[in-house]
Design a protein around this ligand. Structure first.
Ligand code: DP6
Length: 329
């Protein structure tokens, strides 16, 4: 049987940085994110007795690294063990955005893969907690692309207890994530490596000891729809994560010169009272500017004028991973 799923990328407001267990990807702290309406992966999977090996095709992509294919075949192996089958699979997948630029392509990719694979094997895909647990095994952030809207990944203490849940539905708050893409190249240091050395930073203990309070405060601001408090917390957490990365051994600099230019432009708009946007950056140079809908146009106009900004993508809060009727093959 063949099945297709679509899954969104997500942007973290409180970041996942560091793992308690690198094998199961149980993290060191809870994280909070929003699923993105315009950045997603669509994946079709078919398992069949006539296939003699797994085949994986990325549509509309340039060179695909061997390591990426290996991550997918490893995921398929785990799905086979979980489902009690030995069949090989054909996988065709398409991102509508460049991979590995700080947009969590592995999040949307593995969330779509798990939903499409289980459906293709005739398994139940209605238990979102279970889908989230399984997605986490392939990439931590993928577990947050399963539930709809605004999501909290509860750290837990083992595989069973670590998964993401919805905290607010997509229509709870009409905020935007204006994404400024500055490169289409793969990043030199992946996030998995960053997680692994986070605790070499002297700042990491301080980060962990402050996360619970930040989670509490940001959820409260989201509940009250207090945009300034919300924005200040998410921006502070992003700089905090990058401070850890920059002071890890060896130091990780995920930013490009344009990243700084964009940060300063957003700060200038805020200082001038022209638009209230707050920046957040994952493990790459791409800047996400979180704003209310009333400020979106101003922010987009300014970002589009910055030299080196290749593309600006305007996102609303979105649904999580789900089955999709149009197959890719
Ligand atoms: C910087 O999910 O890419 O985007 O679990 O090793 O696959 P692995 O890491 P990944 O982590 C990226 C974390 C982040 C921050 C965040 O989204 O919370």
């Amino acid at each position: 049987m063949k099945a297709t799923a679509i899954a969104p990328a997500n942007i973290a407001f409180i970041k996942y940085w560091g793992k308690a267990d690198p094998v199961t990807r149980v993290p060191q702290n809870n994280s909070i994110s929003m699923n993105l309406s315009e950045l997603h992966t669509t994946t079709t999977v078919e398992f069949d007795a006539s296939f003699t090996e797994d085949s994986i095709t990325f549509l509309d992509e340039g060179v695909v690294k061997k390591a990426e294919i290996l991550k997918i075949t490893n995921a398929l192996d785990r799905i086979r063990v979980y489902s009690g089958v030995t069949l090989h699979a054909k996988v065709v997948t398409r991102n509508n955005f460049p991979k590995a630029t700080g947009i969590a392509s592995s999040a949307s990719g593995f969330a779509a893969l798990i939903v499409a694979s289980l459906a293709a094997l005739g398994k139940d895909t209605s238990n979102k907690n279970e889908l989230s647990r399984l997605a986490r095994l392939f990439s931590g952030t993928a577990c947050r692309s399963i539930p709809d809207g605004f999501v909290e990944w509860e750290q837990g203490h083992n595989h069973e207890s670590s998964y993401a849940v919805q905290i607010f539905p997509p229509d709870w708050w009409d905020i935007r994530d204006v994404v400024a893409i500055v490169t289409e190249e793969m990043k030199a240091v992946g996030s998995t490596e960053g997680h692994a050395i986070a605790d070499t930073s002297l700042l990491y203990k301080a980060r962990l000891s402050s996360v619970d309070a930040k989670i509490h405060a940001i959820k409260d601001a989201m509940q009250r729809k207090d945009f300034s408090v919300f924005g200040r917390i998410l921006e502070e957490d992003s700089f905090n994560m990058h401070a850890v990365a920059l002071t890890s051994s060896t130091p990780l600099v995920y930013w490009e010169p344009q990243t700084i230019t964009i940060i300063k432009a957003v700060f200038a708009l805020r200082a001038a009272g022209k638009a209230q946007g707050y920046v957040t950056i994952d493990a790459g140079p791409t800047v996400h500017v979180i704003c209310e809908s009333k400020d979106e146009e101003n922010i987009v106009r300014v970002l589009q004028k910055i030299s080196g900004v290749l593309r600006v993508v305007e996102n609303k809060p979105a649904r999580g991973a789900r089955l999709w009727a149009e197959h890719l093959f």
